[in-house]
Design a protein around this ligand. Structure first.
Ligand code: PMV
Length: 328
């Protein structure tokens, strides 16, 4: 038996301006540019082993066989790399998240970034980061950003152009993301299906038209390390994206009543002079962005909210990387 094997780690990211809707659904070409922060310690560790003796791909995510749509996406990703390297070998894939499963934390970004890196390393494809970002995007749009650490911009454009680039490394600015976990159930409509619905909302085109100016202001806020300016943009785009979701056909409402209780808390903190803002992805959980000195008070405030089941404290994280086995 011959084997080509590698392990890679990648982190989740939170979008400050969102990727929602594609101009090409199959290639995951985003309708607009988005800017994110890579999150430590939310990490996926993935080992890929292409083997001469396997009759079919064997996929294990968090110790279990994944549901068939997920397994199919992973298989399609392996096919991409088989095509790139000219091999027909099937592969074993073992992937483990270090964050609890089913807490509504998107794992596809970290998952497809780690899978991309592990496939490229196993097959000894010497791909530059922008190529890795492009292939990661084919798995999940937001995964293109998780190739990089820190503050990251995902472009739109052609298949070659729609890749992520780093704006600032993780050490540039210590912004914390406190994730208020409000529900542990799986989201009913995966973002993949949500992207396809975006253009059915009359607000989609209006939002996309606003984004270049918002990204320009967000980049200024990041360069100036200005949390109030960052918050204005991040909150506005989270609300615009959810307005698009809610007014799509069929309508998508990811929020729970509890979501608004956390939004109210954040507004209250701000009135009290505490630097904090919120963003919300395709789920009910609220991400509270703040500065290191406010973390203890905000964490305590979130824990005191009876609707909050858990609080995950995240800070800027590093780029995806190949790691030496056994799992380190
Ligand atoms: O990469 P996907 O298909 O899971 O889409 C990500 C969608 C959001 O998380 C809602 C926004 C974003 O930019 O990450």
């Amino acid at each position: 038996m011959e084997e080509r094997r590698a392990t890679a780690a990648a982190r989740a990211n939170i979008a400050l301006t969102k990727y929602w809707g594609n101009t090409d659904d199959a290639l995951h070409i985003p309708a607009n540019e988005s800017i994110s922060l890579t999150l430590e310690p939310l990490r996926t560790l993935t080992t890929v082993s292409f083997r001469s003796d396997l009759a079919q791909d064997r996929i294990t995510l968090n110790g279990e066989a994944p549901p068939s749509p997920t397994a199919e996406r992973v298989r399609r990703h392996l096919d991409l790399f088989r095509g790139l390297s000219g091999t027909s070998w099937k592969a074993g894939v073992t992937s483990q998240n270090n964050f609890p499963a089913g807490v509504g934390i998107a794992s596809s970004a970290a998952g497809f970034a780690a899978l991309t890196l592990a496939c490229a390393a196993a097959l000894q494809l010497d791909l530059p980061p922008r190529e890795l970002s492009r292939w990661a995007r084919r798995g999940s749009g937001s995964a293109a950003r998780s190739i990089w650490g820190g503050y990251v911009l995902l472009h739109t454009g052609s298949d070659e152009e729609a890749v992520a680039e780093p704006l600032h490394g993780p050490d540039w600015w210590e912004v914390y993301d406190l994730i208020a976990v409000l529900s542990r159930s799986e989201k009913r409509v995966p973002s993949r299906d949500g992207h396809r619905r975006a253009a059915t909302s009359p607000f989609h085109a209006a939002r996309v038209a606003q984004i270049p100016e918002m990204n320009r202001r967000l980049r200024q806020a990041l360069a100036a390390r200005d949390l109030a300016a960052l918050g204005e943009i991040a909150e506005r785009d989270a609300l615009m994206m959810h307005a698009v979701m809610m007014t799509s056909v069929p309508s998508l409402i990811y929020w729970l009543p509890a979501t608004l209780t956390v939004v109210e808390q954040v507004r209250g903190w701000r009135q009290d002079g505490i630097a904090a803002c919120f963003t919300i992805d395709a789920g009910p959980n609220v991400h509270v962005l703040t500065l290191p000195e406010h973390v203890p008070a905000i964490r305590a405030g979130l824990k005191a909210n009876p609707a909050v089941q858990d609080v995950l404290v995240c800070r800027p994280g590093a780029a995806a990387k190949v790691v030496t086995e056994p799992h380190d």
